[in-house]
Design a protein around this ligand. Sequence first.
Ligand SMILES: Nc1ncnc2c1ncn2[C@@H]1O[C@H](COP(=O)(O)OP(=O)(O)OP(=O)(O)O)[C@@H](O)[C@H]1O
Length: 256
Amino acid sequence: MIRFKGVTLNRGDSEVLRDITLSIPSGSVTAIVGRSGAGKTTLLGAINGLIPLSSGALAVTGIGPLDHGGAWREHRRRIATVFQDHALIDRLSAMDNVLLGLADARHPLSPLPWPLPMRRRAAEALIEVGLLHHAATRTSYLSGGERQRVGIARALVRQPRLLLGDEPFSSLDPALVHHLGVSLRHAAVHYGVTVVLVLHQIETALALADRVIGLAAGHVVFDGPAAKFDSSARSLVFEVPARQETSCSSNFCTRW
Ligand SMILES: Nc1ncnc2c1ncn2[C@@H]1O[C@H](COP(=O)(O)OP(=O)(O)OP(=O)(O)O)[C@@H](O)[C@H]1O
């Protein structure tokens, strides 16, 4: 379980997340949805510690409050993240990119070949995403969707307690989204992995997730089971607010 208590987060001069209090249960698949700029990526960044909180607190079951370096290190050790831009090393093969998911298990500058058990784990992760036949291919030669799947395999190989994904399926066709969604659900149900995904397509979110967190302008406007995400939740999360009347001084308006 991850608990947010009164979390506020500023980026630059703007308050991007406002007074967020919620819990994400272990062994569940949670989708974060909302319009562009609502704060979805920022919420993920708060969970993995890439973006520091401005106020409020985070706590994780089995670790406690994330209020000191040791707690954050332990939390990060349990996380794998699938990034929006894949974050692959182009000149390396798919297999070597997946092995990088295990880099904290051995010295980063080790000149030795990767041990066989690690190579086996990486091969299994490539099988999971249907890319074993491209194990030796440089990732710069792969398609966008294939690169995305290498990024997912690199996260899976870590066998994380918490798997975070920022639009992890955006370049994939519906059949692959379904296949990988089933894999993630299996990891959640059978291994207790907590999966948190930012998803733009609400239909994908409702098909994959147990639970939906809907953000609008940095506020949580929906937090509940996917089955309860009805038309009023949809309007709260996705409707463009009615245009606000702006008042401006005549000087200012004249200048424009
Ligand atoms: N580095 C930054 N400095 C200042 N403001 C930022 C920064 N990154 C993002 N923001 C602002 O924070 C707000 C939320 O951004 P965030 O990336 O979390 O939104 P999002 O919901 O993930 O959007 P999208 O769906 O477009 O990816 C946006 O208004 C954005 O302009």
